[in-house]
Ligand binder design. Structure first.
Ligand code: AMP
Length: 284
């Protein structure tokens, strides 16, 4: 596996692989790899001739008071894990390679970014995501790009920007990878002390309780949200948001008819965690 630092080097390496007829898969990340990241890399490996992983803690998607300066970083460990997952190129640029002096352009996906994490973290968050993802797509020009369903709103924002800007890339959403006790894997889980780590399992339990409510015929949003909220409350967690929305356009839903997305964000100890689950009315 090669580690590359510049846009020019990535373009050269990708062009060389394309010359051999390889298809290209891209996995954008901020590093601190866990099995969630590795699942995306393996999927890309299965489906592509050349696998490129970007490792870039994108300052533009962090707000003032967020964890940019403390975000976990360990490039050597990440490089070993990526190589083990069969990655060909690790693109780990310095900040000024992505945002050169005078950088002044931003991509804004309207509507989808006004709610949930866009409302909680502020508009800059998804502007930062959309801008860096657009840049990565132009730098790498992948056939396919792999994202985790863990960040469900991010997947929808990226799909929309790809559609709106006619970017020739296929977006592949991969399932959420969880710890054995159900906690969704996240680079931010390292912020959890023992007590918070135990309490954090309530997020997944809340989503599972909501699913049980739906299975039970309690499909109204109030009933679904109450089931989830009770699990959170039992662990002393007050969500930043807990909402039932359309998995297609994030429209708020008042009941689970066909598919619905239940999304939660909560501060647990020192970590801000997010999770989600698709709920469906199962025909028996
Ligand atoms: P991050 O490094 O947190 O920006 O994540 C990079 C990619 O990995 C994003 O597409 C995330 O959605 C995805 N990802 C993060 N955690 C998980 C997880 N637990 N399961 C699946 N994908 C994940």
């Amino acid at each position: 596996m090669k580690i590359l630092r510049t846009v020019a080097d990535v373009r050269r390496a990708v062009a060389e692989a394309r010359g051999r007829g390889a298809t290209v898969g891209l996995v954008p990340t901020m590093g601190a790899f866990h099995d969630g990241h590795l699942s995306l890399m393996r999927r890309a490996r299965d489906e592509s001739g050349l696998v490129v992983v970007s490792l870039f803690v994108n300052p533009a998607q962090f707000g003032a008071g967020e964890d940019l300066s403390t975000y976990p970083r360990d490039e050597r460990r990440d490089a070993e894990l990526a190589a083990g997952a069969g990655v060909d190129l690790l693109f780990a640029p310095p900040v000024d390679e992505i945002y050169p002096h005078g950088f002044a352009t931003s991509i804004h996906v309207a509507g989808l970014t006004d709610v949930l994490d866009g409302a909680s973290r502020g508009a800059h968050h998804f502007d930062g995501v959309a801008t860096v993802v657009t840049k990565l797509f132009h730098i790498v020009a992948p056939d396919a790009a792999y994202f985790g369903q863990k960040d469900a709103q991010q997947v929808l924002v990226v799909r929309r920007l790809v559609r709106d800007l006619d970017l020739p890339v296929r977006i592949v959403a991969c399932p959420i990878v969880r710890e054995p006790d159900g906690l969704a894997m996240s680079s931010r889980n390292v912020y959890l002390d023992a007590d918070s780590r135990a309490r954090a399992t309530a997020l997944n339990r809340a989503l599972v309780a909501a699913e049980a409510a739906v299975d039970d015929g309690r499909t109204g949003a109030d009933e679904v949200l109450a089931a989830a909220r009770a699990e959170l409350a039992a662990s002393g967690i007050e969500p930043e948001y807990l909402e039932l929305r359309s998995p297609h356009d994030l429209r708020e839903l008042d009941r689970v008819d066909s598919a619905a997305l239940l999304l939660v964000a909560a501060r647990v100890g020192a970590a801000r965690l997010i999770d989600n689950r698709t709920l469906e009315v199962r025909s028996s």
